[in-house]
Design a protein around this ligand. Structure first.
Ligand code: SAM
Length: 489
């Protein structure tokens, strides 16, 4: 069959620009001039090809293409010789989904090149092996299959891709170990990670981290060890502290253990939780777990944000279920859930021993949370005062229905007053929501208050300039933040 030369696409994933040899093209041009015949170029029609490495021959926005699998030098030689129609053979007679078949197409191209023409250099083969390994995190392509396709021995492929495979395995193992420590079932981990349950149980039972102690005694720090295992710092700390008592853990983490009801921590401990609007200190969560739970208990974090609660649960060997409207790859434990006062959906089957409820403090940080939400599933920080209060009430009712007699409700919030540009004496109480309102709602929804713990924010966050402005206008800000702890009554 023949096609217009201009209809073919040079796909640089399949054949990179660096691999093209001018010398070969020139030799082919000369051969064509004296009447040489070349075998047909091997092509494949593809779709789902919106943004490939196409040449200008493909009109912008066209989603289909005919890509060259083998014969890039012949194609250039035909073009330079002014030939418009050229002989081609199709690999598969139906168009293929490019995105789904990228790797298969790459290997077919490579295989053709092994047997003839300008053979692929070892550098090209290495590039192809690494491209495939990178785009195949589930390791479906074994080293031996790649070796066969690329015409090299397996040992060579091993040396080319062993670092990629090691990283992928460690990354995946990290997710598995994290979810396992937080109490996820093997079945659920298997669904999330995409590998079978038997393999998951091998990873969770047989991974040996005794080397952490050796590395520490050799003078390496925890950052080094986390990099060494390709793990996040929180997981490495959890492994290091495993089996110790809660008090020993506080000590090793360098946290003083307060036995009074003022929990002031100057700043967040950067080791745990992500940088997140409204992030809370890990020490605050640790104190809550110390006083109100025991190892093995189940904690629910319905609005998980930066994930500090799950990190601390991992450290203190509590199980944890986390939800938020904002989910992301580095936090596999945070599942998507949009809490809505209109529906009574409760996504958890096992009853929690403690609920760590840290919602947005009314409209504080509204802009930051809006950026993480969508219009259909808004953050409660964009609600009116009335809807916000209604939401808190309905969540507490729903939680009451879905928990057990011994469940603790831990509710973190702050007074919200419209002090921003209003002198203290002019503030309108109708615009504010205070801890007393939350206390009232807790009681009304069946939760009996047992403790009120003050966890103030640092006043150092206010700049000298801000303080001066507030002094001038007699504005009274708020750095208070209160943890209300309640039992089911
Ligand atoms: C105060 S932040 C939690 C901060 C977290 N404890 C930390 O230390 O990083 C409140 C979280 O509630 C989430 N959120 C707001 N409205 C929500 C809703 N209707 N359903 C689920 N999550 C919601 C926001 O995305 C935000 O991450």
């Amino acid at each position: 069959m023949e096609v217009n030369i201009a209809d073919l696409t040079w796909d640089q994933f399949i054949y990179p620009r660096g691999g093209k040899s001018e010398k070969t093209v020139n030799a082919y041009v000369e051969a064509l001039a004296i009447g040489a015949q070349f075998p047909p170029i091997k092509i494949q029609r593809v779709f789902n090809y919106a943004e490939g490495d196409q040449t200008t021959d493909l009109p912008a926005g066209r989603h289909g293409a005919t890509i060259i699998l083998d014969g890039i030098h012949r194609w250039f030689a035909f073009k330079e010789s002014g030939i418009k129609k050229i002989p081609v053979v199709e690999w598969k007679d139906k168009p293929l989904d490019y995105e789904k078949n990228k790797v298969v197409l790459l290997l077919e191209g490579a295989e053709c090149n092994i047997s003839h023409g300008d053979r692929l250099s070892p550098g090209d083969k290495k590039r192809i092996a690494r491209e495939i390994a990178t785009s195949d995190p589930e390791c479906k392509w074994t080293e031996s299959a790649l070796a066969e396709k690329l015409g090299v021995i397996q040992q060579t492929v091993n040396t080319w891709i062993s670092d990629i495979r090691a990283r992928q395995k460690a990354g995946r193992n990290t997710v598995i170990l994290r979810l396992n420590r937080l109490g996820w079932t093997q079945e659920k981990i298997s669904e999330t990670v995409g590998i079978n349950q038997q393999r998951i149980s091998q990873i969770t039972n047989n991974t040996n981290f005794s080397e952490i102690g050796n590395l520490l005694s050799q003078g390496h720090d925890m950052d080094y060890i986390a990099r060494h295992y390709h793990m996040d710092l929180a997981l490495v700390w959890a492994l290091r502290l495993e089996g110790k008592t809660d008090q020993e853990k506080f000590k090793e983490l360098g946290w003083g253990l307060r036995t009074w009801d003022q929990w002031y921590f100057n700043e967040c401990d950067e080791r745990f939780g992500d940088d997140w609007p409204g992030r809370i200190p890990a020490q605050l969560v640790a104190h809550t777990l110390f006083f109100f739970t025991k190892p093995g208990d189940i904690v629910l974090d319905p609005m998980a944000g930066g994930g500090v609660v799950s990190d601390v649960c991992m450290l203190f060997e509590r199980k944890c279920q986390s939800f938020d409207i904002a989910t992301r790859d580095n936090r596999p434990e945070i599942q998507y859930h949009h809490w809505d006062s209109q529906d009574n959906d409760w996504p958890i089957t096992r009853k929690a021993d403690l609920i760590f409820f840290d919602p947005p403090y009314y409209i504080k940080k509204e802009k930051a949370y809006r950026e993480k939400a969508t219009e259909e599933t808004p953050s409660i920080s964009s609600y009116s005062k009335e809807s916000y209060e209604k939401f808190i009430e309905s969540f507490l009712i729903l939680a009451h229905k879905n928990t057990k007699e011994t469940t603790r409700m831990v509710f973190l919030n702050a007074d919200w007053r419209d002090f921003e540009s209003t002198p203290a004496s002019k503030e309108n109480p109708d615009n504010s929501i205070t801890i007393f309102d939350y206390h009232r709602v807790l009681s009304k929804t069946g939760w009996k208050l047992t403790h009120r713990i003050e966890c103030p924010l640092s006043s150092e966050r206010l700049s000298g300039h801000q303080v001066q402005k507030m002094q001038d206008k007699r504005i009274l800000g708020t750095v208070g933040r209160t943890l209300l702890i309640a039992k089911r009554s």
